[in-house]
Design a protein around this ligand. Structure first.
Ligand code: ZN
Length: 68
């Protein structure tokens, strides 16, 4: 069995066993934030962030895009 390597979308940090990372699922009208679980992280289209700060970077971008 090959471990999945997760990569933070903002800074590029990689981890095979993320702890306290954040998972975001979103579409154009809804964004959902999850504390890290393998189930949430492995869902198709899930986005991965190494911590709250980088999740917030993405959330801000998403909000701006949604309003433009
Ligand atoms: Zn990061």
């Amino acid at each position: 069995m090959i471990d999945t390597i997760y990569r933070c979308e903002i800074c590029g940090e990689e981890s095979q066993n993320p702890v306290r990372w954040i998972v975001i699922h979103c579409n154009s009208s809804q964004l959902t934030v999850y504390k890290w679980t393998k189930e949430a992280a492995d869902t198709y289209g899930a986005r991965h962030y190494c911590g709250e700060a980088h999740a917030q970077v993405y959330i801000s971008r998403w909000l701006e895009a949604a309003c433009s």
